[in-house]
Design a protein around this ligand. Structure first.
Ligand SMILES: [Zn+2]
Length: 119
């Protein structure tokens, strides 16, 4: 991944927007306790263990953040030489619960940006 340190992963039925392959690697994101935890849609984010990101759980537990994933199909156009470009997904968390994942194309952030609440 682009950023050092620990992150969490969401596994869900996503298809690469470029080649339509099923993405097996999961989407890395950095919200809640950073403990390499595996989540799926509908799960509640754990905030009980330090360190967390952001440092304090936002009011109502509502967060929108960017997560990042790689397509694992070597024939995908995201692959450059021997490693794929990182792609972005917008993750919506409501009342600590992961409610939505949307692939975003045309965004070149690779820093697990928190879109809401604004910092
Ligand atoms: Zn692909």
């Amino acid at each position: 991944m682009a950023s050092p340190g620990r992150f969490n992963t969401i596994h869900c039925d996503l298809h690469c927007p470029l080649c339509n392959a099923k993405i097996l690697t999961g989407i890395g994101f950095r919200i809640g306790s950073l403990e390499n935890k595996q989540y799926k849609i509908g799960d509640k984010i754990n905030w009980s263990q330090q360190p967390t990101r952001p440092e304090k759980r936002p009011a109502n537990g509502n967060v929108i953040t960017l997560g990042h994933f790689n397509c694992d199909n070597p024939r995908c156009s995201s692959w450059q030489d021997c490693y794929p470009n990182i792609q972005n997904a917008k993750i919506t968390i409501k009342e600590d619960k992961i409610v939505d994942i949307a692939i975003c194309t045309g965004v070149d952030q690779e820093d697990f940006a928190i879109l809401e609440p604004q910092q």
